[in-house]
Write a protein that binds this ligand. Structure first.
Ligand SMILES: C[S@@+](CC[C@H](N)C(=O)[O-])C[C@H]1O[C@@H](n2cnc3c(N)ncnc32)[C@H](O)[C@@H]1O
Length: 269
């Protein structure tokens, strides 16, 4: 293994693995813990989120009103609490990594160190009815169906009554239409769906792919996403680019991200 790869894996170990620096022997997981089926875990998560756990910094981060940009990536507009959990976003917080990354060029860092770190599959650290608007672009499809439902119910919980949720995801119908009309060849369909890991990457990036890449885990079309939003407690409709009740929508939306995409917006009932 090259020196670069060893350094990256060591750093990942220190940042990622709880207790990596600790002398205590890690406690072994009980066999029963591994056997919990996913639907039971989802129910447990829903129970957990009934009592949200506020976390340091889980406030409006200096913004006049609380607006969340969930799964922000490199899109970190002013006036929004920009949330992500990618390895790059976590590395960006680490001064030691920033120091050694510069000369070694391990990652082409595009991550803002102001990103609020939170794993969106977990209960949100914000209080009930504390948020004016949620914007989430090309992120829901990276969560499994169950995680996605939990994520939307958390959005509903933290939004104020009549608060706005705007969700953008790739349109499954577009991918299928392109295939049926012969514009996508059969052996390219999985790539178009975005469900593969590490395609065309360097060997190092291939090894790190499970940690730095987020394949799509669930796909949506407009009718189904509207139905799910309705079931979650929103009154929602299909929208075009910039057609929104969010006053500063142009500070956060890129027209290119709305092309061949499902764009829906709802208000909390
Ligand atoms: C395709 S990018 C979208 C970035 C940006 N919103 C846009 O539209 O270009 C998906 C983002 O979701 C983030 N993401 C995926 N799963 C996540 C999770 N469980 N918790 C927090 N962020 C997550 C990824 O790190 C990534 O930045």
């Amino acid at each position: 293994m090259s020196l670069k790869a060893m350094l990256v894996l060591r750093l990942f170990w220190v940042i990622e693995v709880p207790g990596a620096f600790s002398c205590k022997k890690p406690r072994r997981r009980l066999p029963e813990a591994r056997a919990i089926p996913s639907h039971v875990k989802a129910l447990q998560a829903v129970k957990l989120c009934e009592q949200y756990k506020p976390r340091a910094g889980a406030d409006n981060q200096g913004c006049a009103v609380m607006k969340l940009n969930l799964g922000c990536g490199s899109q970190v507009p002013e006036g929004w609490v920009n949330v992500d959990y990618a390895l790059g976003a976590r590395f960006a917080k680490n001064p030691l990594f920033r120091l050694i990354n510069k000369p070694l060029g391990l990652f082409d860092m595009q991550w803002n160190d102001k990103i609020f770190l939170h794993d969106l599959t977990k209960p949100f650290p914000w209080a009930n009815a504390s948020v004016e608007a949620v914007y989430t672009s090309h992120t829901l499809e990276h969560l499994s169906r169950e995680e996605g439902r939990h994520f939307l119910s958390e959005c509903h919980r933290v939004l104020k009554p009549n608060g706005i949720i705007r969700v953008i995801v790739p349109d499954l119908k577009h991918v299928v239409d392109e295939y049926i009309q012969g514009r996508t060849k059969a052996d390219n369909v999985l790539e178009e769906l975005g469900v593969l890991f590490g395609v065309g990457s360097s060997p190092l990036k291939k090894r790190l792919a499970p940690f730095v890449q987020f394949p799509h885990k669930c796909m949506y079309d407009t009718p189904r996403l509207l139905e799910i939003l309705d079931e979650t407690g929103f009154v929602a409709s299909s929208k075009g680019a910039f057609d929104s009740g969010i006053p500063d929508i142009r500070s956060i939306e890129f027209e290119s991200r709305t092309e061949h995409a499902v764009v829906v917006e709802g208000r909390k009932r």
